[in-house]
Design a protein around this ligand. Structure first.
Ligand SMILES: Nc1ncnc2c1ncn2[C@@H]1O[C@H](COP(=O)(O)OP(=O)(O)OP(=O)(O)O)[C@@H](O)[C@H]1O
Ligand SMILES: [Mg+2]
Length: 328
């Protein structure tokens, strides 16, 4: 598997500053104090951008994954990304890549997800991540930066990523939350917050569709992003640009696993955009990809045929409250 940014030529590059080795297991019942015997364990490569890369690859997109990796967990993560057939460029770090632990409780069908903060990255390690990104961006069309920032990384790190994209003429698709999101001020082509993340970013309740559209449009008008896709879980998604807003319904699916729906949506949108599709068609494809993921157990991957089949069932967009009315 190729490791050098000089030999990797992909039209979509994902960046994951805080990837994870995802460990998933089943238990009859989750309770405190006494040991919980787990079984059926599986290990997957995880972290926002790594998931997006796996899903883009499954959809037949040309992709490379750039991510930090350290320690034995980092080595295992690299092996898993290799096994998935995704070209990757790990950036070595001194700390150990984190593990994320998910337990599926058989008696209730509930899922318990334990997430660690990740290793502290030095300034030099962060600089190397940006250098590798810059080298791969030279031949890329889209950079997808996704996931949380690990300890030691300044909250405005994604603003540096936006600068790299601007220098290289790549479009940046950003899916993050908290400080990583609130410190970006410009340079994003498409931002994909969930409504929960948008609510936190704007510090407003956003209880109506009109409020959600107005908040997304505010980010567009501030110059942060060209387009904002607000994902609404089972309620679908909103696509907001400067002069347009559309609402998309989700596909009614029997959810097998909720893990990775947002990452699948980002992958679907990015693959569709890289094929030259319009934003509205890209969001429809993203909805199909997220539904395919919801129908797939654990963190495992769907097939392109699954997504294409579901795509035919995703309804076209409906217009929502007009921009002018919202601005009043
Ligand atoms: N229960 C569901 N039924 C049908 N589709 C769903 C369901 N949950 C999520 N989706 C689809 O997946 C997309 C992304 O889901 P969601 O809005 O939960 O984003 P997320 O990024 O996974 O959330 P977060 O990052 O806040 O955990 C939705 O826009 C929708 O198309
Ligand atoms: Mg998400």
């Amino acid at each position: 598997m190729s490791r050098s940014p000089l030999t990797v030529r992909a039209s979509i590059v994902t960046l994951t500053m805080n990837p994870a080795l995802d460990v998933t297991a089943d238990a009859e019942e989750v309770h405190h104090t006494s040991k919980i015997r787990c079984g059926d364990e599986r290990y997957d490569a995880g972290g926002g951008g790594v998931n997006v890369a796996r899903f883009v690859h499954a959809l037949g997109g040309s992709v490379a994954a750039v991510f930090s990796a350290g320690g034995l967990t980092g080595s295992r993560l690299i092996d898993l990304v290799d096994e998935a057939g995704v070209p990757n460029i790990p950036v070595p770090v001194a700390g150990s890549t984190r593990e994320s632990f998910t337990v599926n409780e058989r008696s209730t069908g509930k899922q318990y997800r334990f997430v660690l903060p990740g290793p502290r990255l030095t300034a030099e390690e962060q600089r190397r991540c940006l250098d590798v990104l810059r080298a791969t961006a030279a031949t890329a069309q889209y950079i997808v930066a996704s996931g949380s920032l690990p300890p030691g990384v300044a909250p405005d790190f994604y603003a540096r990523v936006a600068d790299v994209c601007a220098e290289s003429g790549c479009r940046l698709i950003l899916d993050t939350s908290g400080g990583g999101l609130s410190h970006v001020t410009s340079g994003v082509y498409l931002l994909k917050p969930s409504v929960r993340e948008l609510r936190e970013c704007m510090d407003r309740a956003l209880s109506t569709e009109g409020d959600q559209v107005a908040a997304a449009r505010e980010l567009v008008q501030r110059g942060l992003a060209h387009a904002v896709v607000v994902s609404l879980g089972p309620d679908g998604a909103l696509l907001v640009t400067d002069d347009d807003s559309h609402r998309f319904s989700a596909l009614p699916v029997q959810v097998v696993s909720g893990v990775g729906a947002g990452d699948a949506m980002v992958a679907g949108i990015t693959v569709a955009l890289s094929r030259g599709w319009s934003l509205t068609e890209a969001v429809r494809y993203g909805i199909a990809a997220s539904a395919a993921k919801l129908l797939t157990p654990g963190t495992s991957c769907f097939t392109a045929a699954d997504v294409d089949r579901l795509f035919g069932r995703v309804a076209g967009p409906a217009s929502v409250v007009r921009a002018t009315a919202l601005a009043d």
